[in-house]
Ligand binder design. Structure first.
Ligand SMILES: O=C(O)CCC(=O)C(=O)O
Length: 222
């Protein structure tokens, strides 16, 4: 399906992050690590991807967007965002060069083979993702999940699993990189909540690995 988005690249162009080809910052300048606890961490690198607008425009036009459903209160409901995905071992088509250009430097830095990319499109403030930990925690002990945010900033919250209070808040957008690691997917949860404020569209390019890191265990799927 086509993604109908009301998006104005000029909002972000003119800044250091705007126009041109996607350019990951191989120096990871400005990266800071948030130690969530002894086992879990989040790396936040503002403006990691130069040319984020160009990638937004490319994906908005070319990705095979899907309207997935979520099961809620015994009903299948439309997920409040659009998604498009690629992985090396499925019939999803080739990973676009612009996305593999993100996977390669991230794989080198984080020591895992990033081979799956899902892009989420939050069209406006009513699009969101509920509190969750990624399902890959069921097959790996310590999956690393990288997310590159394109377009508008949205709140990204983290809380300890089993609790209700958000303990950390980021506002990723405009090429920022967020990487979750350690036990973050099993011991913590994250969300992009809805907002009633007018917000422009945001995309999150989520980058995952299907094989455990060297020295990590593969778990039985539950
Ligand atoms: O959009 C984001 O930054 C988070 C996306 C996410 O958590 C997910 O798709 O599992």
């Amino acid at each position: 399906m086509r993604a109908e988005v009301n998006w104005q690249p000029s909002l972000f162009d003119g800044s250091q992050f705007g126009a041109g080809e996607p350019r990951p910052d191989l120096e990871y300048a400005g990266l800071r690590r948030i130690e969530l606890d002894a086992d879990s961490w989040v790396d936040y690198c503002p403006g990691w991807l130069g040319g984020a607008d160009a990638l937004f425009a490319e994906l908005a036009a070319d990705a095979r967007w899907q309207q997935r459903t979520v099961r809620m209160w015994e009903r299948e409901l439309p997920e409040p965002r659009l998604t498009a995905g690629w992985s090396v071992d499925r019939e999803d088509g080739d990973l676009p060069v612009s996305l593999s250009a993100l996977c390669t430097p991230l794989s080198q830095r984080y020591g895992v083979d990033f081979d799956r990319v899902w892009v989420n499109l939050y069209r406006d403030g009513s699009d969101s993702v509920a509190w969750h930990g990624d399902r890959n925690r069921h097959v790996m002990t310590r999956p690393v999940v990288a997310t590159v945010s394109l377009g508008a900033r949205r709140r990204f919250l983290l809380r300890k699993r089993g609790t209700t209070k958000a303990l950390h808040e980021l506002h990723p957008g405009e090429g920022d990189l967020v990487v979750m690691g350690g036990a973050c997917q099993s011991d913590w949860e994250h969300t992009v909540p809805k907002t009633t404020k007018p917000v422009a569209p945001r995309m999150s390019v989520t980058i995952r690995h299907s094989q455990p890191a060297p020295g990590e265990r593969r778990l039985q799927r539950t």
